[in-house]
Design a protein around this ligand. Structure first.
Ligand code: ASP
Length: 313
């Protein structure tokens, strides 16, 4: 369904959810998080306010967050069990329902742009591991050494987890992932999600983020959605697609659909967050962890937040 020109544009982003409460982050981490969210909103809003495409906006916003070491995506990603970074990303265009995704990428600097390249220049939706990086090289996407993604803090987190004999599910996990959803003035929606996944993941574990319908989905008939949280549960709930299905088939409102899907994920035993925008320009978010890095921008609003809504007031 093509939207009319002069719709209200809207951009919503997340930088992952977790146990963040007022006072639990040191002031430097709090401001780094807010500055990163703000820079990502700037990048996407510049495109949308000039009449640009939702797809370009979500890619631009996601790239800023991927490059920012404060977030678990691109540079600053959590480390897998073997000490390497393995990156997952997906992008989807709600107008055409074209989608592209990558999993287990190790050398491509901007996984979200690689996902878009898969969408636009291959016949496939999801490429993985060495093949995905090879596809990136063949299409001239910037390559970096895997160490470029690694920060001291993420190495310390891996060592601490391994010292306690845990894996990513045992710890008091601070989930992380970044995502962006947007609607442009044409009324088209798009979604992007990018992540390093879970600390100490192994055996080629892939979460919900790069799975179309689980962590990422966009459909002009309903909404664009990006998830963060315990990915296995979001996969089982087909969470991002379920938000759209509740709207399209069940006639639910955007916020009601987001809340219902988070409740469904919780009923399975998972926690996390969702952001969503509709072709009408409406935005919604929710999370079942104490906090979620998030931001929203539109012609009439702009804000970033980390903690629960009451603390952020
Ligand atoms: N959902 C992501 C995954 O399972 C992780 C996260 O959002 O923290 O890979």
């Amino acid at each position: 369904m093509a939207g009319a020109m002069n719709n209200v544009w809207r951009l919503m982003i997340h930088g992952g959810c977790g146990g963040m409460r007022p006072g639990s982050l040191d002031p430097a981490a709090d401001s780094a998080g807010r500055a990163g969210l703000s820079a990502a909103l700037d990048a996407g809003a510049a495109i949308l306010s000039a009449g640009g495409d939702a797809l370009d906006a979500v890619e631009a916003a996601a790239r800023v967050l991927e490059d920012d070491p404060a977030f678990n995506a691109g540079r600053g990603s959590v480390l897998a069990f073997d000490g390497h970074v393995e990156l997952d990303a997906a992008i989807m265009d709600g107008c055409t329902r074209d989608a592209g995704a990558v999993a287990g990428v190790r050398t491509t600097r901007a996984p979200i742009s690689l996902a878009r390249t898969v969408m636009e220049l291959s016949h496939h939706v999801l490429l993985s591991f060495e093949g995905a990086d090879q596809f990136a090289r063949e299409h001239g996407l910037e390559q970096v050494d895997n160490n470029w993604f690694v920060t001291d803090e993420r190495r310390r987190q891996l060592e601490e987890l391994l010292a306690h004999g845990g894996d990513g599910f045992d710890a008091d996990v601070k989930y992380g992932t970044i995502g962006a959803v947007a609607v442009d003035v044409q009324g088209h929606v798009a979604a992007a999600t990018s992540t390093g996944g879970l600390t100490a993941k192994r055996w080629g574990r892939i979460g919900d983020s790069p799975l179309i319908g689980a962590g990422t989905y966009a459909d002009d008939r309903s909404a664009a959605v990006s998830a963060t949280g315990s990915g296995e549960f979001f996969i089982r709930a087909a969470a991002a697609h379920e938000v759209g299905a509740r709207i399209r088939l069940g006639g639910e409102g955007l916020q009601a659909a987001v809340d219902a899907v988070l409740a469904d994920v919780a009923a399975l035993g998972g926690t996390g967050g969702l952001i969503a925008v509709a072709p009408s320009g409406e935005a919604a978010w929710g999370f079942t962890t104490p906090g979620m890095y998030r931001g929203v921008a539109g012609p009439d609003e702009r804000s970033v937040a980390i903690y629960d809504a009451v603390s952020e007031r």
